[in-house]
Design a protein around this ligand. Sequence first.
Ligand code: BGC
Length: 279
Amino acid sequence: MTCTSLPSAAIPDVPPAAGGRRDPLCAGLDIGGTAIKYAVVDPLRGATVGPVRRVRTPHPATPAAVIAALRGVLTQLESELGGGTSLTGVGVGVPGIIDDGVARSAVHLDDSWIGADARRLIAEGLERPAAVLNDADAAGLAEVQFGAARGVGGTVLIITLGTGIGSALFRDGVLMPNTELGHIWFEGRDVDGWAGASARVAEGLDWPTYTDRVQRYLSHLEKLISPDLVVLGGGISERQEQFLPHLRLRARVVPARLRNAAGIVGAGLQAYRESLAAR
Ligand code: BGC
């Protein structure tokens, strides 16, 4: 299948900063089961500013414990930026279903997140508005706006292979949130724990065996969705040369251009968009 290119008007572009004003900066925080990764994000350029850092995710990962960790991270980022520069927004990517700010599942986090208004709790804890969205959706937004799927029309599927498998599905640049295609039942199991990057490590799989799993999973998804472009990201994107050239799909398959920072950049981008919408 060939990818159509999207007329640029179909993807809402991030507007440039008003003349004379310094470019906005946002915080992008990406909560994972093992670590919270974070950085200052330039939402106009789709890049992190300064290093991507990580702190351990607290255990048990209750809302109170995780939000306390987010607060520490934000204090650190702001003190590094110095008093003259303030953050325009804070975006948080979370594993699991985030339905209008409310957590409908808790994956790799404590079950007490389920049903919690994550957006409200995080905003209260950080004492400022926060954009809260699924981590793979955040990565997808960054890839569509700035990365491997920029300007690509039709059906674009972003799959993140990490501790779990995340998905972000776009049609003509528009996200259909919370697809959770990493949890389809496939060959008698939830595919998340079978083809995720952590399964490769936990089971000591060699690359050909792992690649075969990813191939079977993606072929199945291709039958269900017929994507025009598949973007592979997540922790494994740092090793993509090991498996990506061996994958065979009708759709084009490419690595995430923002690699494992896509979730951070996407969270910062969403924070910026929401700050504009709130004006
Ligand atoms: C979760 C998804 C998440 C993915 C990557 C999966 O186990 O269900 O919501 O996007 O892991 O963190």
